[in-house]
Design a protein around this ligand. Structure first.
Ligand code: C6P
Length: 405
């Protein structure tokens, strides 16, 4: 199917504006995507028509809000093909999902001297929570290295695994390199040794068809704001037998079954992990975002983004002195690069003056920067609403900026 990109773009009001009198070129989609009118309308409709606190009141508004909230849970379940809705836990985002597992899995399963394997390409969100847990428990973090193409050295994995290894934490897609990691293969190795796997899907869920049962992962995390949905909403998927064994992450309303000063019992899944009033309107509007991307078709948007990636990569490689980090064939629409003699920050700041939004810096991946011996990069990241014409504008602006320096 060929996508009508111009028609799709009309759904995104923010893309219609000019920045410094030039049409906005939004290439910072890995940081956060923009929202279609359908998502904005869903948010608006929740607040204007059926806002109430969920799961706890007998009145009409609360009942309607609860139904809509739970409908999104079912949409997420279906999107990632989880076995049951109980395994879909709403959080604030990928970061909170990781902190939840690091805390609760740590409490249940980690002893002093145990080891967690974390890859070198991880976002800080998939490093620091494990370090905090390791610090509390006296456990150790072991790094799974990458090569200079940005490929995980899977062949080293078996050598890194010891009898103390309890979990492997890895991104499905790198936010800097775009590398799509072979999750099914890593999972097979992990499970053959009785090790659990946590997958950070923040950069994968917006671009790939995710099937948690086929991947056989133990935990999977994602963020709605990278999927054309509201910010402040995320998901944690987990295998039921594991989630059942984990203690709660936070205490508060809704996560309990009965509270007595002599002791408290906890609610069933997924509520055991959803303490307090959640982002009700955000979760409901996330349902509209899922409908939106499923209407386009994940395969269709992935194919178009891949075409954009190839088109931009070829043009960028034609610029003398430009180096791309992350050159794996299995790659999503993210291009990180530097240009000889020009600081990434200057490039980003000048591109902004042409109306082009890119991200510059370490992209919350310091260990990865250390691997390449750099402080940061410029990163252009694409979504299905981007066009080849925008890439042409970006390349021309980039050439002008380089010439100025
Ligand atoms: N990366 C980027 O510009 P939150 O902030 O919780 O929604 O997602 C955190 C996160 C976790 N893992 C990966 C692979 C990510 O890319 C991110 C967020 C953004 O690359 C903001 S730093």
């Amino acid at each position: 199917m060929t996508l009508d990109i111009q028609k799709i773009r009309e759904d995104f009001p923010i893309l219609q504006q000019k920045i410094y009198n030039r049409p906005l070129v939004y290439f910072d989609n890995a940081a956060t995507t923009q929202r279609p009118q359908q998502v904005i309308d869903a948010l608006n409709k929740t607040y204007t028509e059926y806002y109430g606190n969920i799961h706890r009141a007998a009145h009409f508004l609360a009942d309607k809000a609860t139904t809509a909230y739970e409908e999104t849970r079912e949409k997420v379940r279906s999107l990632i093909n989880a076995e049951t809705r109980e395994q879909i836990i709403f959080t604030k985002g990928t970061t909170e999902s990781i902190n939840l597992v690091a805390f609760s899995f740590g409490e249940a399963f980690i002893q002093a001297e145990d080891e967690i394997i974390v890859s070198e390409m991880e976002h800080h969100s998939n490093i620091v929570p494990w370090q905090l847990m390791a610090g509390r428990k006296g456990a150790k973090i072991v790094m799974l290295p990458i090569d200079d193409d940005g490929r995980l050295q899977i062949e080293d994995l078996e050598k890194l695994i010891t009898s103390r290894t309890k979990l492997i934490a890895v991104a499905h897609v790198s936010n800097v390199l775009g590398t799509i990691n072979p999750i099914a293969e890593i999972t097979r190795i992990a499970h053959s040794k009785g090790i659990r796997i946590f997958v950070d899907g923040a950069q994968a869920a917006p671009h790939l068809h995710i099937d948690v049962q086929k991947l056989d992962v133990d935990f999977y995390a994602l963020s709605a704001h990278k999927m054309y949905g509201p910010n402040g909403v995320g998901v944690l998927y987990g295998k039921k037998e594991l989630l059942d064994q984990l203690p709660p992450y936070q205490g508060g309303g809704e996560m309990i079954s009965e509270v007595k000063f002599s002791g408290t019992t906890y609610n069933d899944l997924p509520y055991k992990f959803e303490a307090g009033t959640p982002n009700i309107s955000g979760v409901i509007a996330f349902g509209a975002a899922i409908d939106y991307i499923r209407n386009i078709g994940i395969e269709n948007l992935a194919a178009w983004e891949h075409e954009l990636l190839n088109y931009a990569t070829e043009k960028l490689l034609g610029i003398p002195g430009l180096r791309i980090y992350g050159t794996q064939p299995e790659k999503s629409g993210v291009i990180s690069f530097n240009v000889d003699g020009v600081h990434f920050f200057d490039l980003g700041t000048m591109l902004d003056k042409f109306g082009i939004a890119v991200r510059t810096g370490h992209h919350c991946a310091d260990p990865l920067m250390d691997h390449f011996g750099i402080q940061g990069t410029v990163r252009a990241s694409f979504a299905f609403y981007n066009t080849k014409e925008e890439i042409d504008v970006f390349i021309e602006a980039l050439k002008k900026v380089i010439a100025m320096f």
